[in-house]
Design a protein around this ligand. Sequence first.
Ligand SMILES: Nc1nc2c(ncn2[C@@H]2O[C@H](COP(=O)(O)OP(=O)(O)OP(=O)(O)O)[C@@H](O)[C@H]2O)c(=O)[nH]1
Ligand SMILES: [Mg+2]
Length: 291
Amino acid sequence: MDWDTINWYPGHMVKARKMVQENLKLVDLVVEILDARIPMSSRNPDIDSILGDKPRIMVLNKADLSDREKTGKWEEHFRDKLGIKCISIDSQHGRGINDLISAAQELADEINQKLAKKGRRPRPVRLMMVGIPNVGKSSLINRLAGKGSTRTGDRPGVTRGKQWIRVGKGLEMLDTPGILWPKFEDPEVGFKLAVTGAIKDEIINIEQVTIKLIHLLADLSPESLRARYKLDSIDDDPYETLKKIGVKRGCLVSGGNVDTLKAAIIVLNEFRGGKTGLFTLDELECSFRRN
Ligand SMILES: Nc1nc2c(ncn2[C@@H]2O[C@H](COP(=O)(O)OP(=O)(O)OP(=O)(O)O)[C@@H](O)[C@H]2O)c(=O)[nH]1
Ligand SMILES: [Mg+2]
């Protein structure tokens, strides 16, 4: 797939990035939300310069879908390399949420103790959520503030404008639209963002992306692929595997040919839902290129 010819960085993302920059001075803490399945590829390469020295917590969200052991290692990596607190969270079921609340609470107490020393009254602490599209920024806010506080959806680009949400008396959170960056220096990053659902399906070649995914899974865990689709063996050619999956799932068109697009949509959605297994697609050893 030619990542140079698709437009995943539309005008509204330029606006969203500006919004994050403009609101930075209004918040006490930024929560940088990453996708636990791709902790490196879901990191905006400009984020450190955008956020400057603003206090920050990193969240590896969708940890229910990633390889638990690798997620633990990524957590350690960010904590040790960047010196930033990193918490893995499953916003769908609430795992890890209390750790985030405690961390935010700690900061709130610090800020209010300083205010009290100056004889000023306590004030709510403001958090801003930032991250790529569809990573779960709004879901995380809903977990903290109560369901329905902000709109969520299983596609990128759900949150558009900015929205403040209050959690009790002590906390205010700013939901922001997802942001990608103008250029992927590595096409693998584009692929991983597409596979995990950060780039709109309408602008990617689903079949090509899925063939690459099958290739990757055949390498990472052929047994998971074999078991999920009840295949006798895994072909060297991922396209052949896709066709076999299509047959197994009844994706046929007249003449007995396989509807490979239909089969690809099934494989991609099942991967995204964690049905094929729990995978972390970024390897820690590759992280020397960034961070
Ligand atoms: N399995 C799983 N799904 C999650 C988790 N967090 C969010 N989701 C799902 O991911 C999808 C996107 O969630 P949102 O909260 O809308 O994501 P967002 O980052 O606000 O997305 P935009 O506003 O489009 O940038 C939804 O279908 C959520 O249910 C998680 O921790 N685990
Ligand atoms: Mg949102």
